[in-house]
Write a protein that binds this ligand. Structure first.
Ligand code: BGC
Length: 256
């Protein structure tokens, strides 16, 4: 039996980057997939096709996951599609590179609402659903190494991931009696669209690689493999943790 036989997964921000890799990995492992992103475009249709070709069911739902009402509507729609929802992967995230003293309220809201507020209420909507349906649930959040380590010029981003670290710790305790597990995955520098500035700048890239003991960027599939583990029953006794997928970046130190 495949790992996610008869399981339905909702993954936010899943037509590119890490979210897409998670969708493909979980589908390969047997899950039916509900994709989400801001808008329905050709990319979305392409991913639906790819997953359907794997023999899994797949649907795309467009939603801006930065607002409470949107994420409640998304959850309701997602449950309707295949009549159940078992796993939520909160993947959607954004970042802005700006000096702290220049960050506008609009930028702050964009980052905090997408990375934290929307995730908070989508998780709440999922928990309400699980509770009312008396079903167990699994939540995997896409955090970052920056829930732990600093990232100058990305103050709002770091604040959002730091908040996510504590949310997960807190909910693990509060939701355990409901049979709901929740964990974070913390990618380091991964070759995805969010990192295009880094990938396109060889000098900057070399500087980043100096900080990574494995001397390479991560691949989206490296992250998806850990998401699949945490989403599966193999991680049945894991809740409230963060799994770093960073080639050693976070706890890196060398003198030469
Ligand atoms: C950020 C990337 C950054 C990486 C390592 C990620 O969370 O999205 O922009 O390169 O952390 O610092």
């Amino acid at each position: 039996m495949s790992r996610f036989e008869n399981k339905v997964v909702l993954i936010t921000g899943s037509v590119q980057g890490i979210g897409l890799a998670c969708a493909l990995r979980l589908a390969n492992d047997g899950a039916d997939i509900i994709l989400n992103d801001l808008r329905h475009d050709d990319r979305a249709d392409e991913v639906v096709k790819q997953i359907t070709a794997l023999g899994r069911r797949c649907t795309f739902i467009a939603a801006d996951v930065s607002q409470r009402q949107n994420v409640y509507d998304l959850l309701t729609e997602a449950v309707k599609v295949y009549g159940q929802l078992d796993i939520l992967v909160n993947n959607a995230g954004v970042e802005r590179n700006h000096n702290f003293w220049e960050v506008t309220e609009q930028e702050y809201d964009f980052v905090m609402n997408t990375n934290f507020k929307g995730l908070f209420f989508l998780t709440q909507a999922f928990v309400v659903y699980c509770k009312e349906a008396s079903r167990p649930g699994v939540v995997v959040n896409m955090s970052s190494v920056h829930e732990e380590i600093v990232f100058p010029h990305f103050a709002a981003y770091c604040a959002s991931k730091g908040a996510l670290k504590m949310l997960t710790r807190n909910l693990a305790t509060e939701l355990a009696p409901l049979n709901i597990r929740i964990n974070n995955v913390a990618p380091g520098a991964v070759a995805t669209p969010i990192n295009h500035t880094l990938i396109d700048n060889p000098e900057l890239l070399q500087n980043v690689l100096k900080n990574i003991p494995q001397r390479r960027l991560g691949k989206p599939e490296d992250v998806a493999a850990v998401v699949a583990f945490l989403a599966s029953d193999d991680a049945g006794y894991v809740t409230g943790s963060t799994y770093f997928v960073d080639g050693g970046l976070t706890y890196h130190y060398e003198e030469q």
